[in-house]
Design a protein around this ligand. Structure first.
Ligand code: BES
Ligand code: ZN
Ligand code: ZN
Length: 464
């Protein structure tokens, strides 16, 4: 159920939220012990009011409003309120929009497998002062985008036995039907016939066969000028014959986060009526183990003709993506490719979970993505693609090797490898392995599937 938004006086049964700036001499009703430090909260039961600190005035950042909105929502839910009203004091249109964004992102839990008593109580409505009613259009947009974020979280967090390549196809078809998008799915036999051998090899031992899902949204009156969105959709990554040892394998149902996020961006773009022509290519497969598994050491010929020495079956993402990039770039001739993948564990070592890693052949577009990251606070940081890194991808028994000679610079190697398949097309690779699934919740990101990348992608599209 979608939360309601209104511009009205607070309801008698809802929670009233007041933001307090530290050291602002904030008058009456504020208890002495409450200083307004950033994210400090205090519930005044007599007044159904929650105070939330913003910190010192000069130090307030935009993202604090999202975080305050999130804290208010979680507190309201825990206190069993059904609605939240943000009180006027010092709010601007911009801060109201940010508050709502954070509130909606926090108004979520993956609780489908929980018994009734433990389900998260969602807030049914958010209200703002009447004087902020000029925010209505922007807020409707934020509400739509939040639905797409929930979709990604649901898909990333749910079981890999349920979210299979077939399931992703079903969801994509449903979205296509809803928004009248063009959809075409290349099934396993067609992948082989067309020569997407890297892709087909990875999915060969899957319980559900691999497939490439292609979706088109035409929101721009001018035809031509397509933007290609590519996502890694490995619905379970066991590592293949180079099977993953240790704990990390249990998280590998999230290895389709790139595909889910691109699908959600298409959904949001269509809902918002974005004036762009978009193509999404979702590379879906299971990386499993049986006698049909593809094998380490074999050379495989890619769609574009480049041959690849497959040195480790756990480096499967770059293989399905390489064929997808080459195939879709040729078919659609896009002006830019934006690609999301949970590609390397190494990106966690470099950037942790606060920021995604970027590798790109286009300073112009990677700058735009960086700016989109700063605006949405879905942060990205670019790693270099110097010639030396590209040289490392040279193979011995084939044109390319699939992994580096050493374990160093794993994230750049992955990006460098992929860029070989983009040719001269501007290409922005975003490694979301650290950000797509979280071990611990943040203010407006839950544990497990975070939904990272939806707002980032939309902000990027709006800029180009
Ligand atoms: N899906 C993994 C990367 C990953 C790791 C995602 C941790 C999320 C969290 C990817 O397919 C993989 O296994 N990469 C290998 C590459 C290596 C074999 C060159 C890795 O990162 O170890
Ligand atoms: Zn892998
Ligand atoms: Zn993987």
């Amino acid at each position: 159920m979608q939360a309601k938004i209104s511009f009205s006086d607070p309801s008698s049964t809802g929670l009233i939220v007041k933001l307090v700036v530290q050291d602002s001499g904030h008058g009456h009703k504020v208890p002495k012990s409450f200083t307004g430090k950033k994210f400090e909260t205090s519930f005044l039961a007599d007044h159904n009011t929650l105070l939330v600190g913003l910190g010192k005035e000069q130090e307030i950042k935009d993202d604090y409003y999202r975080r305050c909105g999130a804290r208010a929502t979680k507190a309201a839910s825990a206190l069993k309120f059904d609605s939240v009203h943000f009180a006027a004091d010092g709010l601007t249109e911009q801060s109201c929009n940010l508050l709502l964004e954070g509130a909606l992102m926090a108004n979520y839990a993956f609780d489908k497998y929980r018994s009734k008593e433990e389900k998260f109580q969602r807030i049914g409505s958010f209200s703002f002062p009447k004087s902020m009613s000029s925010c209505r259009d922007q807020m409707e947009k934020i509400l739509k985008v939040s639905q797409s974020i929930y979709l990604v979280r649901d898909l990333v967090t749910d079981n890999s036995d349920y979210v299979t390549p077939r399931h992703l196809e079903d969801v994509a078809k449903k979205i296509a039907k809803q928004h009248r998008l063009k959809i075409r799915v290349l099934q396993e036999a067609q992948l082989k016939k067309l020569g997407l051998n890297l892709f087909a090899s990875v999915g060969r031992a899957g319980n559900t066969p691999p497939r490439l899902i292609l979706l088109e949204y035409n929101g721009n009156a001018r035809p031509g000028e397509k933007i290609l969105l590519i996502g890694k959709g490995i619905t379970f990554d066991s590592g293949g014959l180079n099977i993953k040892v240790g704990e990390s394998i249990k998280d590998m149902r999230m290895d389709m986060a790139g595909a889910a996020t691109m699908l959600a961006i298409m959904n949001a773009a269509a809902q918002l009526g974005l004036k762009k022509n978009l193509v999404a290519a979702l590379a879906c497969a299971e990386n499993l183990v049986d006698s049909r598994s593809y094998r380490p050491g074999d050379v495989i010929k890619s769609y574009g003709g480049l041959t690849v020495e497959n040195l480790n079956t756990d480096a499967e993402g770059r293989l399905v993506l390489a064929d997808t990039i080459a195939f879709a770039a040729k078919k659609y001739n896009p002006k830019v490719i934006l690609e999301y993948s949970t590609l390397t564990g190494a990106v966690l070592g470099a950037l942790g979970s606060h920021c995604a890693g970027v590798v790109s052949n286009s300073p112009e577009y990677s700058k735009k993505l960086f700016e989109a990251g700063m605006e949405t606070h879905e942060l990205v940081w670019e790693l270099p693609l110097f010639e030396e890194y590209l040289d490392e991808t040279k193979g011995e028994r084939a044109d390319l090797r699939s992994i580096g000679k050493t374990r160093s610079n794993g994230t750049i190697f992955g990006g460098a490898f992929l860029s070989k398949f983009a040719g001269a097309t501007p290409f922005v690779h975003v490694d979301i392995a650290g950000t797509a699934m979280l071990d611990e919740a943040k203010d407006y990101m839950p544990k497990d599937g975070s939904g990272f990348g939806v707002r980032l992608g939309i902000a990027f599209l709006e800029k180009i």
